[in-house]
Design a protein around this ligand. Sequence first.
Ligand SMILES: Cc1ncc(COP(=O)(O)O)c(C=O)c1O
Length: 365
Amino acid sequence: MQYNFPVTRTTHPKPRYEDESSLGFCHYFTDHMFIMDYDEGQGWHDGRVVPYEPLRIDPASCVLHYAQMMFEGMKAYLRPDGRLQLFRPDMNAKRVANTCERMVIPVVSEELLIAGIKAVLAEDADWMPKSAGTSMYIRPFIFGNEISFSALPAKHYTFVIILAPCGSYYGGASGTLQTSRIYVQDKYIRSARGGTGYAKVGGNYGGAMRASEDAKKYNCKDVLWLDAQEHKYVEEVGTCNAFFRINDEVITAPLDGGTILPGVTRDSVLDLLRHWGEKVSERRLPIADVLEASRNGTLQEAFASGTAAVISPIGCLNVKGEDFPVADGEVGELSKKLYKTLYGIQTGAVEDFMGWTYPLDICVK
Ligand SMILES: Cc1ncc(COP(=O)(O)O)c(C=O)c1O
């Protein structure tokens, strides 16, 4: 389907960021947003680009009470030729479909998702930062928007896409990697079998905040989640997937339990490692094995993967106050190679030998 969304331009452009090196992660949002409505019997309709502004929501709107919503997180990157490109948007679209199905939200198709992103990006392309380590974060989200206190799927939904120019997740403008300390969470759980762990829904994140906050007491940036049933196997790190390299085997948790978010970066890391001939396993990994590997010196590397951080190396795990270092606590060689290759492909600095990029007809001057 050919989409042609009407555009209402802002008459009050926002003040721009002054220094790309201090952009941070999503502190600024661009001048416009994409918005579209869904009504029962009518389907998705009236997609449009409008000035970025607060949404008016009735206090009795169902999303504020029962959290029937979903979101996505992806990025647009600036290529050396000045064009913008997306990275594997088909995988985000697949996750949108799976999340919508789980949350009984009417699905937004891949075609519609990309058309909406293009429409708002075309309007705000001049917000694109240009320095190394930067990108434009894209946040599509859908919520049930109906005045109703019955805990039933809504009949009306709102679909919005907003954009945020972002700096390096690590603070440094050049995207230099740094290791972080991670707390091994054995009290709270993120998701159980049959729950919503594989879906990108706000409730997963709200429910995780107690644990992330408690991790700060141990000077840790975030938590390593263990499985809900036995508190025995490693699952994810905060808002990222987790990888451990032990005895030359790179291990990440499998997706089959439905408790882990199927990360686009996770899938890309697995493909790259296999392409490079590394030994890779998607298998259940007991936390006891990771801690033993730390003790006996066979834990070579650990890192988290995600759209925001790309690759986030872990330098130390903390269990109830006891530190378990990952190798020498420095950034590992594989983490560096993965970051360089992934971010390189995403920005067009490295040839896309995996066929992952999705160049857009949008140029930045
Ligand atoms: C819980 C969780 N796991 C993993 C990821 C990584 O997914 P992706 O690589 O698609 O960003 C994210 C980020 O969205 C997340 O929130």
